[in-house]
Design a binder for this molecule. Structure first.
Ligand code: ZN
Length: 202
């Protein structure tokens, strides 16, 4: 079943989501929610979907980066983003226990900010502890695009959206991203889009 995806401006996207117990994760209700979130993510399509995005304020997200999504990207882009297929999985009550101090900047979008993208700095590597859909404790050391997906989804569970972290002047419609920016290096995009007028503090 496909669920409706909440758009920016809905309060549920700005709330701290609640933790799930192991019993709750295993409940028929949450198992059904996971299935519906998976269907909704694949239909969108997207590489991640957090429960608050479907109106449920719980610390739960689904992630999947399929090879077919990579066909539009060139080999250089995939390499630069360290983007590789990630099998479908569930993260419940995730915690970032360590993060690389440096940052990498790439365009990023969100199903709850439909039609837009912006350059967002993210840690290139994170270690995350979470529970899977069986309620088992897991720990993953993620690098590259997977690390970005995890940070984006975990932000959702704390009411944070990429627009809170983006370089504001890089906000673009997906149409214009496709038309002008997608094949440029991040440094070139930043140089071209940086406002030429003095910021007057508005
Ligand atoms: Zn999102």
């Amino acid at each position: 079943m496909r669920l409706q995806i909440a758009q920016i401006g809905e309060q549920v996207l700005r709330e701290q989501a609640g933790e799930l117990s192991r019993e709750e994760i295993l409940s028929a209700k949450i198992q059904a929610l996971i299935e519906h979130m998976r269907d909704t993510m694949r239909n969108a399509p997207g590489v991640g979907l957090a429960a608050p995005q479907v109106g449920v304020p719980l610390q739960l997200a689904v992630i999947e980066d399929r090879e077919e999504y990579h066909r539009k990207l060139g080999a250089a882009q995939l390499h630069e983003r360290q983007r590789q297929p990630i099998p479908f999985h569930v993260i419940a009550n995730p915690r970032i226990v360590s993060a690389d101090k440096s940052s990498l900047e790439f365009f990023e979008g969100c199903l709850s900010v439909a039609g837009y993208a912006a350059i967002v700095p993210r840690a290139p590597a994170v270690t995350v502890e979470y529970m899977n859909e069986q309620g088992e404790s897991k720990r993953v050391e993620a690098i590259g695009w997977y690390s970005r997906i995890l940070q984006h989804e975990i932000d959702h569970l704390a009411g944070v959206l990429y627009v809170d972290r983006m370089r504001t002047y890089t906000l673009t419609t997906l149409e214009n991203l496709e038309r002008y920016w997608k094949d440029l290096r991040t440094t070139d995009v930043l140089a071209k889009l940086k406002p030429q007028v003095e910021n007057r503090g508005h």
